[in-house]
Design a protein around this ligand. Structure first.
Ligand SMILES: [Ca+2]
Length: 186
């Protein structure tokens, strides 16, 4: 690869805001939301407000905030796809501050859960690994780690889906995420 191409690729990663290599995916939202997707149950109703905020965690410039703005809501924030290795064990970590109680997050039916989605080489979903318990409200920046996500047989890519239907994200409640990281640990 030429030096110019390499510089171009590095710039592309920073513009998109996400960085991924064989063993790690990371998002610091310095390039705003990049290729992440947002979804709310009442699409277009603005019962959930998604926005980039400043400053971010640990002196970084930006982070990403999910705000409750009233009513019966459900939401997800979903990462772009990144490569994984079937059978490998991964750890999810992120910096967060939130007045929303994330300790008993649930989705409904097959939607709105916080989970890791696993995909095969054709982009078809193989399975998912759900995450029920994050932490109780903590409005200081803190780092949370959730270990032991094993990529299933056939998985070559994954994404991180952060979301909930219960408890309702009430008006004035928020979650701010930064430095969302998915690391291969073994
Ligand atoms: Ca950041």
């Amino acid at each position: 690869m030429s030096k110019k191409m390499f510089v171009g690729l590095v710039l592309a990663f920073f513009v998109a805001g996400s960085v991924w290599a064989a063993d790690v995916f990371q998002e610091g939202f310095e390039g705003d939301i990049g290729l992440w997707k947002t979804k709310e149950y009442h699409e277009g109703s603005s019962r959930v407000i998604f926005e980039t905020v400043s400053p971010g965690a640990k002196g970084s410039a930006k982070a990403y905030k999910i705000n409750g703005s009233g009513g019966d809501i459900a939401f997800t924030l979903q990462s772009p796809l990144f490569p994984v290795e079937a059978g490998a064990i991964y750890e999810l970590s992120f910096d967060a501050n939130h007045n929303y109680d994330m300790s008993k997050l649930r989705g409904s039916r097959e939607d709105w859960w916080s989970q890791i989605n696993w995909y095969d080489g054709n982009g078809n979903k193989v399975s998912h690994t759900r995450i029920i318990g994050f932490d109780t409200p903590n409005t200081e920046w803190h780092t949370d780690k959730y270990a032991n996500f094993q990529a299933p047989a056939g998985a070559v890519k994954a994404d991180i889906q952060l979301g909930a239907n219960y408890p309702a994200l009430a008006t004035g409640q928020y979650i701010i995420f930064d430095n969302i990281t998915f690391t291969k640990v073994q």
